[in-house]
Design a protein around this ligand. Structure first.
Ligand SMILES: [Zn+2]
Ligand SMILES: [Zn+2]
Length: 140
């Protein structure tokens, strides 16, 4: 059992299972959303997530053309989770909101086409210029 929360603690998630997958994303939308050079994301089965507290929804269109519904705390502004229309069985959670240095490392790194040049990842991370679905996009 793990817990995620926004900076002020009003918006909380209880996570009853480990994440299905983990990823870093270097796209500009994540850079602007987080204020950080890349986002760290964990994806959970919707059945394993219990949400409490208020959130405001920010909807953006992903590169796939499908919508992603970001949920942030109306009091402190932290985005804690999001729901991709393309995968209704999954909830994305901002890894930082778990505040756990022992959290599972990222399995992959996506949208490296806009990765900050100083960011270095170890060899265990699977890397992609864009998304894994695009076979031509794999980084070398
Ligand atoms: Zn908050
Ligand atoms: Zn992104």
């Amino acid at each position: 059992m793990a817990n995620a929360q926004c900076a002020c603690g009003a918006l909380r998630l209880m996570l009853s299972e480990p994440p299905r997958s983990t990823a870093l994303c270097h796209c500009f939308a994540c850079q602007r959303r987080t204020g950080a050079p890349f986002s760290a994301n964990a994806f959970y089965s919707v059945d394993s997530v219990e949400i409490s507290g208020p959130s405001t929804e920010f909807v953006r269109t992903a590169e796939s053309g499908r919508k992603v519904r970001m949920h942030f705390c109306p009091a402190c502004g932290s985005t804690v989770y999001w729901k991709p229309d393309a995968s209704p069985s999954v909830i994305g959670v901002a890894v930082g909101s778990l505040a756990d240095p022992d959290f599972a490392p990222p399995a992959m790194s996506v949208f490296e086409q806009s990765k900050h040049k100083w960011v270095r990842l170890d060899g265990t991370v699977e890397r992609f210029q864009r998304m894994p679905s695009d076979k031509r996009s794999r980084s070398t």
